[in-house]
Design a protein around this ligand. Sequence first.
Ligand SMILES: Cc1cc2nc3c(=O)[nH]c(=O)nc-3n(C[C@H](O)[C@H](O)[C@H](O)COP(=O)(O)OP(=O)(O)OC[C@H]3O[C@@H](n4cnc5c(N)ncnc54)[C@H](O)[C@@H]3O)c2cc1C
Length: 271
Amino acid sequence: MIEIVGGGLIGLGCAWELQQRGIDVVVYERDLSRRTSASWAGAGMLGALAETFPDEVWRQRALASAAMYRGWVEALGGSVDFYEGGADADGHVDPRDLLRELSLRVPVKERVVSSLGELEGEQVVVCAGAWGLPGLPAVEPVKGYLLAWDGLPAGSLRGILRDGHTYILQRENGRVIAGSTEERISFDGSMDAQVISGLRERAEEVWPLLKTMPVTDCWFGYRPAAAGAVPVLRRLDERVVLAYGHYRNGILLAPWTARWVADEVQRQLGK
Ligand SMILES: Cc1cc2nc3c(=O)[nH]c(=O)nc-3n(C[C@H](O)[C@H](O)[C@H](O)COP(=O)(O)OP(=O)(O)OC[C@H]3O[C@@H](n4cnc5c(N)ncnc54)[C@H](O)[C@@H]3O)c2cc1C
């Protein structure tokens, strides 16, 4: 049995890929609603073209992962809101649809894992996002807010409107999403009205139509940032694989990461 710590998009994606290869998995997740996960909070831009990556290796991985998305969405039965990018424009996906569909396909148990020592799986994969586990390479939470507007007709906006760190996209159901902010203030659970109104002003500058509409929702999440913003993706020892710290691009990088982790686990199992 392969035990996976964390049921965000990275953990669920790894579990699904392993299961498709005929390998038994279980995902341990402390919050089955996922509302505290970065994956639930994320905008879902597949920003392989517009985002900055730590190096060329990760940029190539991002491009490869973006190209894997159509296959992922189709294999999940087509009920995922997905806007495909092209050679010169990034696409986007609704990460909450992905969480829902993946959770239906892999076994997820409610459990808080306190240390690696309590796990007994043949292989263990750590996908605990911004929380990490004791004794492992550190990861820091970087808080980010998103805003939503409902009521515009679907199809009012195609692709992603971007200006620096401000971006706007529209879901298939018409909901418009704008992001984002970055604060290194640990797991502070408050809603900061000043930061939110700053984000709203930036979004209204990028798309003035939003000035005429009320904001209908606002939430935040914690991006997992490892040292140098480089994801922690490696084998720790014969039993443990680390897959966390995807920072601003974990939704984009989920398919590629799942494949890398499954290859690594399969190699170790000799299957
Ligand atoms: C506002 C915002 C906007 C973003 N926009 C984008 C975007 O447009 N595109 C993009 O690619 N990325 C985006 N990101 C980043 C992306 O969301 C993350 O990189 C990605 O979701 C990380 O996935 P994860 O599975 O590693 O972590 P998470 O989704 O946080 O999942 C980790 C899970 O592990 C669980 N867990 C942690 N510790 C334990 C434990 N000890 N025991 C049991 N369970 C545990 C947590 O409860 C959590 O559910 C955004 C993030 C934020 C906050």
